[in-house]
Design a protein around this ligand. Structure first.
Ligand code: FAD
Length: 479
C-alpha cells in the first residue's frame, strides 16, 4: 500500500457525526475518506442511551432511521424526582426514537458508501499532520495490514467523539481549548437488559433525578423494544472523589429502588463512557481543520443528548467545507463561518442557555427536585418552553410560585430560578454576538468564562454526605 493517500476531506471517526458528515459531503460530489478504529461490521456500536428526538432530522437532510433499526417510538420525556409518583412530561416536537445504535450506524455507513466514501476501518488515527500552520491530514495505523500511512486532505475533520484526539494535537496558534474541567464531564454507565416483567410506560423515555444513585446527573430508563420487555438503563455522574463510580451506584439503584423490575434482569450489553457536557468549545476550527459532534462539544447540557446536536453540526460542517473547497480557501477564517453559524444557530443558543440551567440542576438535591415538581414551581410546559424561549414564566404564575415557596419555606429556589433565567438571557445575547472572525474571540471568551465561573461558584454540585461509605456498605451487604 502506498504510504500517502489523497482526498478532498479526511473525516476522523465514524460515529453518528462523522458518518453523517461523510455522507453529506460525498453527496455533494467531494472525495471523502472516513477512518475508524472499529472493524467495518462493528461501526455504529456505542455505549449510549440510544434516544434521539425526531425533529433533529428535519434540518439535516439525513434520512430518518428505518423502522428496522428503531427499537421503540416515544412521545417525549418524563422527569421524576426521588418519589416516582410525581412526574413532569416534557413534549418533544414529532416525538422520538430509541434506536439500535449498531444497526443505525451500519445503515448510515451504507448510505455513505453508496455515495462513494472511502472507508478505512480497523485503522487507528495516531497523529494530525500539520505543515505551515495548516492541517494536511492524519497519520494512521491499519490493524489488518499492520501498515502505517498518511491520509491527506484539504480539510481534516475531528469526529473522534469524547477522546477528540486531533483537537489535542492542534497547534496552539489556532487558539483551541483542549482540556475541559471535571464539572463539565459526565461519567456514564449503561446496560441493555431483558426483563421478565413488563415495563408499562413505553411511550416515554424516563429520567429519574435521585441524588443517592446519580448525584449531579440522573438515572435513565428507556424502552428498548416495542413490548416493554427490554430496557436501556444507566446513570451519569460528574467525576469526583466523593461520588462512587456510576456502575456501583447503578447496582445499588437496581436493588434498592426498582428491585421488582430490575433485579432479575438479563444484561445483554454494558459499559462506561464519558460525555463532554457543556457549551460548545469556544473555537473548534483551525487552518484546514474542523471538529464536529462530541469532539466539538455539541450536546444538550440539560439532558446530555448529543446525537441530534452532532447531526446538525455535521450538516453545517458539510455546507461550509463544500464552500471552502469550491473557493480553494481552507483557512481558519474561512472555516470560522461554520463555527459562527453553529454558535449563533438555535442549537448553539440552546446549548449555551441550557448550560446555565445545568449548573442549577447539578446544585439541587432530590428534595429540591421533589419540591419543584410536586408543587408545580416548574411544570412540563415550562421546561419544554425553557428550551427555546426566554420568558417562560408569566407574572401570574410567578406570583403563585413565590407564594408557594414562601408557604413551604423554600424562597431560595424561586430566587435561584429567577437568577438562572436572567443568566440564560445574558448568555443568549453573548452567543448571538459571537465574533464573526477570530478578532474579538479573546474578549468574548473572557466574558463567557466569567459568567460560567460565577455560576460554578453560586451553584456548587450537590453530593449527599457519606455517599462513598454508604455505597461501600451496601455493596458488601449484597456481596
Ligand atoms: C452512556 C451514554 C448515554 C448517552 N445517551 C444518549 C442518548 O440517549 N441520546 C443522545 O442523543 N446522546 C446520548 N449520549 C451522547 C451521544 O452518545 C454522543 O453525543 C454521540 O454519540 C457523539 O457522536 P460522535 O459521532 O461525535 O462521537 P462517537 O459516537 O463517540 O464516535 C467517535 C468515533 O471515533 C472513533 N475513534 C475515536 N478515536 C479514534 C482513533 N484514535 N482512531 C480511529 N477511530 C477513533 C470511535 O471508534 C467512534 O466510532 C450518551 C452518551 C453516553 C456515554
Amino acid at each position: 500500500m502506498a504510504n500517502k493517500k489523497y482526498f478532498d476531506v479526511v473525516i476522523a471517526g465514524a460515529g453518528t457525526a462523522g458518518l453523517t458528515a461523510s455522507y453529506l459531503l460525498a453527496s455533494k460530489g467531494l472525495d471523502v475518506a472516513l477512518i475508524d478504529r472499529r472493524r467495518k461490521d462493528d461501526i455504529g456500536d456505542k455505549i449510549c442511551g440510544d434516544a434521539i428526538a425526531a425533529h433533529h432530522f428535519n434540518s439535516t437532510g439525513l434520512p430518518k432511521p428505518s423502522d428496522g433499526v428503531v427499537r421503540a417510538y416515544v412521545e417525549g420525556i418524563k422527569i421524576y424526582p426521588r418519589d416516582m409518583r410525581y412526574s413532569l412530561a416534557v413534549s418533544t416536537t414529532d416525538g422520538g426514537y430509541v434506536v439500535d445504535r449498531h444497526g443505525w450506524g451500519q445503515e448510515l455507513l451504507s448510505y455513505a458508501l453508496e455515495k462513494g466514501v472511502t472507508l478505512f476501518s480497523n485503522t487507528i488515527i495516531q497523529d494530525l499532520i500539520v505543515e505551515d500552520g495548516y492541517a494536511k491530514g492524519v497519520k494512521v495505523f491499519n490493524r489488518d495490514s499492520s501498515e502505517r500511512f498518511d491520509i491527506l486532505g484539504k480539510v481534516t475533520v475531528d469526529a473522534t467523539g469524547y477522546s477528540s484526539i486531533l483537537i489535542r494535537k492542534a497547534p496552539e496558534s489556532w487558539g483551541i481549548e483542549k482540556e475541559i474541567i471535571d464539572r463539565d464531564i459526565i461519567n456514564a454507565y449503561r446496560e441493555v437488559v431483558k426483563l421478565n416483567k413488563r415495563f408499562e410506560d413505553i411511550d416515554y423515555v424516563h429520567l429519574h433525578f435521585i441524588s443517592e444513585y446519580a448525584p449531579t446527573g440522573y438515572v435513565w430508563l428507556f424502552p428498548w423494544d416495542r413490548d416493554g420487555y427490554m430496557l436501556n438503563i444507566g446513570n451519569g455522574v460528574m467525576p469526583h472523589r466523593d461520588i462512587p463510580k456510576p456502575h456501583i451506584l447503578m447496582e445499588r439503584y437496581i436493588y434498592e429502588v426498582l428491585p421488582d423490575l430490575l433485579k432479575d434482569r438479563v444484561v445483554i450489553k454494558k459499559g462506561t463512557w464519558n460525555i463532554p457536557n457543556r457549551r460548545p468549545r469556544h473555537i473548534f476550527v483551525g487552518n484546514g481543520f474542523a471538529a464536529v459532534g462530541d469532539s466539538a462539544i455539541m450536546i444538550d447540557p440539560a439532558t446530555a443528548e448529543g446525537i441530534g446536536y452532532g447531526l446538525y453540526g455535521a450538516y453545517l460542517l458539510s455546507k461550509h467545507v463544500l464552500q471552502a473547497v469550491e473557493a480553494g480557501d481552507y483557512s481558519q477564517d474561512m472555516l470560522w463561518r461554520y463555527q459562527y453559524e453553529y454558535m449563533t444557530s438555535p442549537y448553539g443558543l440552546r446549548q449555551a442557555r441550557l448550560d446555565v440551567f445545568r449548573h442549577l440542576m447539578q446544585a439541587y438535591s432530590d428534595k429540591d427536585y421533589e419540591f419543584v415538581i410536586k408543587h408545580g414551581i416548574l411544570t412540563g410546559n415550562d421546561v419544554s418552553k425553557a428550551r427555546d424561549e426566554d420568558d417562560i414564566i408569566n407574572m401570574f404564575d410567578k406570583a403563585l410560585r413565590v407564594f408557594k415557596s414562601v408557604l413551604y419555606g423554600k424562597v431560595s429556589i424561586v430566587k435561584d430560578l429567577d437568577y438562572t433565567l436572567k443568566m440564560m438571557k445574558v448568555v443568549k445575547s453573548l452567543y448571538l454576538n459571537y465574533p464573526e472572525n477570530r478578532e474579538g474571540i479573546e474578549e468574548w471568551s473572557k466574558k463567557v468564562d466569567m459568567i460560567f465561573s460565577t455560576l460554578r461558584n453560586r451553584f456548587k454540585p450537590y453530593i449527599p454526605n457519606g455517599l462513598v461509605d454508604r455505597t461501600e456498605k451496601a455493596i458488601q451487604r449484597v456481596g
